[in-house]
Ligand binder design. Structure first.
Ligand code: FDA
Length: 324
């Protein structure tokens, strides 16, 4: 098992997730999570806006299995929309359908999404549906399609590692889309496993949507892809207001600023909330070098406790699996 699988498994561990919530931002998560509440997130957004960078705000939330939790998440997102409007910041919403109840009941989830999208549309705020693992893909797309019949402030994500991504991007060609490589562990029957194949598909999808004339968010920290896109938009005279680069909060900050200063639209994905653990583990899975973030932190007693529990739960998980 590689480090990627190790961290993905940790990200899926509910026990660790709830333990981490008790301790607040730890293990270096404070470098990549913009606070645990709306006012901390807003303060960080204002700082980014001051540098000419727009934001997409994500209220972090994992393992939502009951309606009360999903309703709480919806209420929080409605408050974020109010905050964006009232404080006049340059930001929109990113959300995960699972947080709004997708794993509980699709109609319940749809109603939650509809309320959010409707509220955001009153203020002209865009809402992006983040895409999660393969099993949640089709139901998420279905809800998006249904909402798009009434609202024009919705868009989604196309994950380049899926074989079906080309088909999906053609279907959603009239939408504002964020294109990414893909963050979850997917089966070889549905997704490319080879990094080069993913990168090639990623570029094809970006080019397709850019040539399509629809707004494209190119979400990557990969400087080679970014350089390719810069050349491509120049060669094809694609106007700067038709696309943006996106990166995650706290990653490659120098490059973020450089691109914004070069005159490209730049948007930072700003996650905040107490439920930071799963998000943080997926970031470590993508790039274990981010472990530097962890090792650079002062290791408190509490931090060591989390790590010890993490290692214990992981080993236990492996042993239980072997027994089965
Ligand atoms: P990748 O991790 O493949 O790295 C490629 C190369 O870039 C590295 O080899 C290195 O040279 C350089 N590099 C990367 N990170 C670096 C760093 N921190 N410092 C220095 N060099 C670095 N996924 C998903 O499944 N659903 C979603 O909805 C989203 N949403 C989303 C929004 C935004 C704004 C971003 C940036 C990403 C997502 N993702 C996502 C995650 C995405 O699918 C993907 O897993 C990560 O972005 C990692 O892939 P990259 O393209 O960034 O580069």
């Amino acid at each position: 098992m590689g480090l990627r699988d190790f961290f993905i498994q940790l990200s899926e561990n509910q026990l660790l997730n709830s333990s981490a919530q008790k301790y607040g931002l730890r293990l270096g998560a404070q470098s990549v999570v913009a606070g645990t509440n709306i006012s901390e997130a807003m303060a960080n957004i204002k700082q980014l806006n001051a540098k000419g960078i727009s934001c997409t705000v994500d209220n972090l939330g994992e393992f939502v299995f009951d309606e009360a939790e999903a309703t709480k998440a919806k209420e929080e997102i409605l408050k974020v929309i109010e905050a964006i409007h009232n404080e006049g910041v340059d930001a929109h919403i990113s959300l995960k359908p699972s947080q709004l109840g997708l794993d509980i009941d699709i109609d319940f989830c749809y109603d939650n999404l509809r309320e959010i999208v409707e509220h955001a549309s009153k203020y002209g705020i865009f809402v992006n549906f983040d895409m999660e693992n393969y099993d949640r893909l089709q139901p998420s797309f279905d809800m998006l399609e249904e909402l798009a019949k009434t609202f024009d402030n919705v868009g989604t994500v196309i994950q380049a590692y899926f074989f079906r991504a080309k088909e999906d991007i053609e279907k959603f060609k009239d939408f504002r889309l964020r294109i990414v490589k893909g963050a979850y562990k997917e089966n070889a029957s549905v997704a490319f496993q080879d990094q080069l194949e993913i990168d090639i598909n990623f570029i094809k999808l970006i080019e397709y949507h850019l040539l399509n004339g629809k707004f494209t968010s190119i979400a990557t920290h990969d400087h080679n892809i970014i350089e390719h896109v810069k050349r491509f938009v120049k060669d094809y005279n694609i106007p700067h207001d038709q696309f943006e680069f996106q990166m995650l909060y706290g990653f490659r900050k120098d490059l973020q600023l450089k691109l914004a200063n070069e005159g490209y639209n730049f948007c930072v994905y700003v996650p905040y909330g107490k439920d930071w653990y799963g998000y943080f583990m997926r970031r470590l899975a993508e790039r274990p070098q981010n472990l530097n973030l962890v090792t650079k932190q002062v290791f408190t007693k509490k931090t060591n406790t989390i790590l010890a529990v993490a290692a214990g739960a992981f080993i236990l998980g492996r042993l239980t699996k072997k027994k089965k």
